[in-house]
Design a protein around this ligand. Structure first.
Ligand code: DAH
Length: 350
């Protein structure tokens, strides 16, 4: 074997053990680099006599081409291997099942709230939202429930920081504070008209939202929902309350002959007051009455706290329980199911 043949053979061997492109470049340098073996032989040509130079030169060139060919083959092999690896790593198994993106849906109580808003919206009621942290004034005092009023004890509540020592802030125990908040804004907007003795546009609003009380069992949860309703004008009577609420319940439960009962009751912010029961034939025992709301004619003191003259303005209010309505509509018997977040329960409403 000539020295040139062995160089080509060595190059082939060196290239074949290179497993990365960097290895291969290093191996190439040993033969074709500035002081590589082929390059050194080329440099040596200068010292040869002319006639030898030619043939030796041609032989070295041939060896060089041999080295370059081996290099090309190895480069290609490495590139192929690299590609194969990449293809393997990125392989898609098209027979795998697709990734599921489960369809979410509205919570049953949200469905009820949407329904309430749609029905009252169709009767011309505005929808208002208010703060869940309330002041003593809006939650109690403005609603004719002064400090030490016995009715306050029905609302065992969560007091929070803020307010004053005698009137701390609290998580609202009902949505009734929204009666005052909404009415005060409305009156402010129409103050000039009212003072000029003009006809104030009626106050007609519902205020759904979260409310809080220290209470917890199958039918009470510390956080629950209420929806307040308020209609104030110059000639809005208890009769209107009965018509509006009956219409609402019949639409909500999709039953034209649903029977309601207005049972005399007491709330500080209404006089007279009534609790509203619906007769439920659907579930046993037949003819059972279920309370769905408190209501009444808005008390003159409350009308005054709205900034209106109770001699001129009159109306009704109600506060209902959307959680209870949801339980009745879907036949759910434990309120806590609404707040457990169990997907097996919630998915049944989609
Ligand atoms: N806020 C009362 C409660 O939570 C319910 C209520 C009763 C609201 C009578 C009213 C009403 O607007 O007129 O017990």
């Amino acid at each position: 074997m000539t020295d040139l043949d062995s160089i080509v053979e060595d190059a082939g061997a060196a290239f074949s053990v290179a497993i990365t492109p960097a290895d291969l470049e290093n191996a190439k340098a040993q033969f074709l680099g500035k002081s590589g073996r082929i390059t050194e032989l080329m440099k040596g040509l200068a010292a040869l006599p002319v006639e030898e130079k030619k043939s030796r030169g041609a032989a070295i060139n041939q060896a060089k081409q041999g080295v370059e060919a081996a290099l090309t083959v190895r480069r290609q092999a490495l590139a192929d291997a690299e590609l194969q690896l990449q293809l393997k790593a990125e392989a898609l198994d098209v027979s795998l099942p697709g990734r599921q993106r489960p369809q979410g849906g509205l919570h049953p109580v949200s469905l009820t709230l949407e329904r309430i808003e749609a029905i009252f919206g169709s009767m011309g009621f505005d929808v208002a939202q208010g703060p869940e942290i309330e002041t003593d004034w809006f939650n109690f005092t403005a609603l004719n429930t002064p400090e030490d009023h016995p009715a306050r004890s029905m609302h065992d509540t969560f007091y929070v920081e803020g307010g004053t020592d005698t009137a701390p802030n609290l998580l609202r125990t009902h949505t009734s504070p929204m009666q005052i908040r909404y009415a005060v804004q409305h009156v402010k907007k129409h103050r000039a008209l009212i003072d000029a003795g003009g006809a104030m546009p009626e106050i007609r609003v519902i205020a759904p939202g979260r409310t809080y009380r220290v209470d917890s069992d199958a039918t009470h949860s510390p956080m629950f929902h209420q929806c307040e309703g308020l209609w104030i004008g110059e000639n809005v009577s208890f009769k209107d309350l009965k018509v509006v609420f009956t219409d609402f319940c019949r639409t909500f439960f999709e039953s034209d002959d649903l029977v309601l009962r207005f049972r005399p009751s007491f709330f500080p912010f209404t006089e007279p007051s009534a609790e509203i029961d619906i007769q439920f034939q659907a579930g046993p025992p037949a003819g059972r009455w279920l309370e769905v709301a408190g209501s009444g004619q808005v008390h003159p003191n409350v009308v005054r706290n709205m900034g209106l003259d109770p001699e001129k303005y009159i109306g009704f209010a109600f506060g209902m329980g959307p959680d209870r309505l949801t339980m009745l509509r879907y036949g759910v018997n434990d309120l806590r199911l609404f707040f457990d977040g169990d997907i097996r329960f919630l998915s049944q409403f989609q």
